[in-house]
Design a protein around this ligand. Structure first.
Ligand SMILES: [Zn+2]
Length: 256
């Protein structure tokens, strides 16, 4: 680190749990953020300000006036611009050291898989189950830690999956695909602006902890926040041995 970096990151370096070594790991890390909306905005701002080396910011939408109530990466002047590009501008203003790669498409298929494979951590800030499950499958396959968050109305939730560990549960263990879950989008149901900030900032915190090695990650625990009462609930969960996505194949099968 040069002198300017030692100053810029001094308040992290002062933390015993991070220190110079942890900050070096942060500077060398590559993070994929899927979604530059309500959750992706605070997540990206904190990861960039903290000095993550490379941030790939993917979003297929453009900035809309209805986004500005909570999507703090974007500004009135950038309404109509691709969110990934608007986000790149915002992050460069805070920390020009960070390499930000904007991806102006809704990630799926091979493109998603290759971006996940080259990341040290993936932050799921998307707004639909198809993408959530596709991200999870790619993270399981490439054994990349996944930090998953959601916010709708006054309800938030967050958990992390350290898929580098073979006994780690995955998103599908917790929320099996195809179960009759109602998909709620902010455009239909509304969302309390600071709730997205709370959950998105926590996603950044979990990513920085996983990358720097500080503390205990939020793995195997789902935190649920009721924003109306500010009550948190913590629910423990385990790997589903029959999970269609992450269950390890039987090594020994009976021969005929
Ligand atoms: Zn699983």
């Amino acid at each position: 680190m040069n002198d300017e970096q030692l100053l810029r990151y001094s308040r992290h370096i002062l933390l015993e749990a991070i220190g110079i070594e942890g900050q070096q790991r942060i500077l060398g890390a590559r993070v994929l953020i899927v979604g530059a909306g309500g959750l992706g905005s605070p997540a990206a701002l904190y990861l960039a300000s903290a000095g993550i080396g490379k941030i790939t910011l993917a979003d297929g939408d453009t900035v809309d006036l209805t986004n500005l109530q909570r999507q703090i990466l974007h500004t009135q002047e950038r309404v109509g611009q691709a969110k990934a590009l608007s986000g790149q501008t915002a992050l460069a203003q805070i920390n020009p050291e960070v390499l930000v790669v904007p991806v102006t498409e809704r990630l799926a298929g091979e493109r998603l898989a290759s971006l996940v494979a080259e990341a040290d951590a993936v932050i799921d800030c998307c707004d639909n189950f198809d993408t959530r499950h596709a991200i999870n499958r790619a993270c399981v396959k490439h054994r990349v830690p996944l930090i998953s968050g959601a916010a709708v109305r006054f309800s938030g939730q967050i958990t992390a999956f350290d898929l580098r560990q073979t006994d780690s549960p995955c998103y599908h263990c917790l929320f099996p695909e195809g179960e009759d879950v109602e998909e709620m989008r902010c455009s239909m149901t509304g969302v309390f602006a600071p709730l997205t900030g709370i959950i998105g900032a926590m996603q950044a915190a979990e990513a920085l902890k996983l990358i720097s090695g500080a503390g205990e990650p939020l793995t195997g625990r789902l935190l649920l926040l009721d924003g109306l009462t500010m009550e948190w609930r913590s629910v423990r969960f385990r790997k589903d041995p029959r999970c269609a996505v992450c269950a390890t194949k039987m090594l020994f099968t009976s021969s005929p």
